[in-house]
Design a protein around this ligand. Sequence first.
Ligand SMILES: [Zn+2]
Length: 424
Amino acid sequence: MKKFLIIIPIFLGLSLSAQVNFNDYFQDKSLRFDYTIGGNSKETKAYFNKLKQEPFWGGSKKNLIDKFNFGDFRVSVLDSAGEKLLYSRGYSTLYVEWIDTDEAKHTSRSFYESVVVPFPKHRILIRIEMRNKQNVFNTLFETVVNPKSLSIIKDKQEKYRTQKLQYSGDHHQKLDIVILPDGYTKDELKKFHEDCKRFMGYFFNVEPFKTYKNNVNFWAVDAFSEESGTDKPTIDIWENTVLNTHFNTFGYERYLTTQDIETVRNLAAYVPYDQIYILVNTEKYGGGGIYNYYNLCSADNEYSGRVFTHEFGHAFAALADEYQYGYDNADELYDMSVEPWQVNITNLVDFDSKWKNLVDKDTPVPTPDSTKYFKKIGAFEGAGYVKKGIYRPMYDCKMRSNATDKFCPVCYKTVLDMLLFYSE
Ligand SMILES: [Zn+2]
């Protein structure tokens, strides 16, 4: 009996992580699965909306199954019997941020969501899971999809021109970032192209992107807006823009986002992509980045260059903010009986599973905020929006402030691992 107990977990572990042969199961294009998610602070439900065929598969053909286990959600593709895992990816959404707001305590609300998977050759089971506060994934929605179904929309998109800003090679073996403009009129497209070049300059000035420049492709879609700028609700400015971005998301003035996920996906699909970057034509400080969802950044603020890669840390590598903002105690946001799933914050419940191996034995944990430890890896209190009970790896990091343009070693390693995962 004992042998069984030992053998079974090892066998399960292997079958979960083994990558499948892309050509056996998939075609070289994407299937987009759009759904509506809705609920409140107590319950969440998802409803199927539509399926769409998109022309490119921008992702790796080798690394199909997610090895990182990041994100509040996970999309999985299985064979139609639900037995063999073919593809998976973690992600987060605006909805999951909204359910922590006061509004979610007294009202229910829905959000448009969308995931992209490689286009299947045969019938598949597509499954959406959501992580609970104890970090366990539960199935939210699943359905069988027949790739020959007449209900899969195959509209062609030819309205806008595209730009190949930096091409390092085959998009399956590179990290493909598509830049989408918001609030640039047709007359401002030249400015958009110049802004793209400027931001690529900021991007490739930061490690590991500098060293691994040849692992990255940059694309742009020239989607112009009727009006210039973006919505600024606090001063009653409302502009008609192609991606409907706005400041003041959930009442936070600097939080620049869009809920128009359908248009974001429609525009991104003009080119092969892994990450979506929305550049907003405004001088006002702001941005946002949500894991495998999108990045946003204002184009013309003096800090925009640093914000650009900070937000990318969120959307590309699921890094947490390493600053405190709005919450005194950790239990207002986190279940303190388990580690937060983000790799660069800890509540010290299971520090071994985080970066404890990088801490010198003469550095105390928790680590005092003293100049003596400014360059040391430790566990500094105040992170993940919380003042007490959540700790970060270094005194400063790109995920904490604009004072530095460097990722701390924990964030750096995660970004690099992700970059290599996309470029095989
Ligand atoms: Zn960091």
